[in-house]
Write a protein that binds this ligand. Structure first.
Ligand SMILES: [Zn+2]
Ligand SMILES: [Zn+2]
Length: 348
């Protein structure tokens, strides 16, 4: 089968002809119908996130049709449409048994620790394949499995409830989903903090109260807009100590700041006046859970989570357009997502 693989860190991905994977009794073979190209893949290629075992087929946002089913897989049959949860877990350790598989002691990420979906076929445990309703296109099913799922996990970790106000710091892929999901939860006032004019405009176009952090202090702005109260929940999706601190400072009493963006910087907080006094919470968010995917799929089915067709650009399973898509992440200012559809690009 054809695959596009990372052979050497820092170099372009390469096309390869490799055997179709053989499945074990608890696995399924999926014919890939769509694979999202993710910013993380650019980091793997560049060596910013380390890949231990090369060559490796990248691609952790995958949807397709079940081609073959292992003997112990009972919930799927050949021909079923599925999307893939990218965290492969043991199912039996203390974390897996509590439904917290992102901490599984032997967890592996598809497209990072094992071959991913930049290929004609992918082998995954049956437990990682979720039925995808006919009315959700494969390409939407694929790209939902990363940033949208993580945005939903962030809202869940923040215990976000109907009617609560929210501030979203950063309006990239995560923010785009977070805004729609917050709406799906019937949020109150929704603020988006950004510095990019195009993203501010698109957030405002989607009904958010856009705050331009280049010209105003977002914390002051949010306090003014809420009569000094602050917001119930803040999501930090950028990965910057300054905006993390702002996310905490813009909270109302009993507010929750969910930190999703990654950074190596330290964040400073004055414990008494900024945390204890207001009983606010700072919550770390890592990946997402299999148990959250059915609700995500339901939101996509009901149209509450949407990826308009003009925001989805299709490329074939070829190294050149794929490498170009990874290059383009550097300067991305819109919400266009690139999706690989193996074979002739067309409707999916
Ligand atoms: Zn991703
Ligand atoms: Zn486990």
């Amino acid at each position: 089968m054809r695959a596009v693989r990372l052979v050497q860190v820092g170099k372009s991905l390469e096309e390869a002809d490799i055997p179709i994977p053989e499945i074990g009794s608890s696995e399924v073979l999926i014919r890939v119908a769509a694979a999202g190209i993710c910013h993380s893949d650019a980091h793997y290629r560049a060596g910013i996130s380390k890949i231990d075992c090369l060559p490796l087929t990248l691609g952790h946002e995958v949807a397709g049709r079940v081609e073959e089913v292992g003997g112990n897989v009972t919930h799927l049959s050949a021909g079923d449409r599925v999307c893939v949860h990218y965290l492969v877990h043991c199912g039996s350790c203390e974390f897996c048994l509590r439904g917290l598989e992102q901490f599984c002691r032997s967890g592996q990420m598809i497209g990072k620790h094992r071959d991913g979906g930049y290929a004609e076929f992918i082998r995954v445990p049956g437990a990682n394949a979720f039925p995808l309703p006919d009315d959700i296109p494969f390409k939407v099913g694929a790209i939902m499995m990363c940033s949208s799922a993580t945005a939903l996990h962030a809202l869940n970790k923040a215990r976000f409830k109907a009617g609560e106000s929210i501030a979203i710091f950063g309006f990239g892929g995560l923010g785009f989903s977070a805004l729609q999901l917050a709406r799906a939860f019937d949020c109150g006032d929704l603020y988006v903090v950004e510095i990019n004019p195009a993203k501010l405009a698109s957030a405002a176009g989607l009904g958010a109260i856009a705050i331009d952090a280049r010209s105003v202090d977002p914390v002051e702005q949010i306090r003014d807009a809420t009569n000094g109260k602050g917001v119930d929940v803040a999501l930090e999706l950028i990965g910057c100590a300054k905006t993390m601190r702002q996310a905490v400072l813009c909270l109302a009493s009993l507010g929750r700041a969910a930190l999703v963006g990654l950074t190596a910087e330290s964040m400073s907080i004055h414990p008494y006046t900024e945390l204890i006094n207001k009983e606010v919470e700072i919550i770390g968010v890592s990946d997402h859970l299999a148990s959250e995917l059915p609700l995500l799929i339901e939101f996509a089915l009901s149209g509450k989570l949407r990826f308009p067709p003009e925001l989805l650009r299709v490329v074939d399973l070829d190294a050149a357009p794929l490498n170009a898509a990874l290059d383009a992440f550097q300067n991305s200012i819109d919400h266009v997502r690139m999706v690989i559809i193996p074979g002739r690009p067309g409707p999916a």
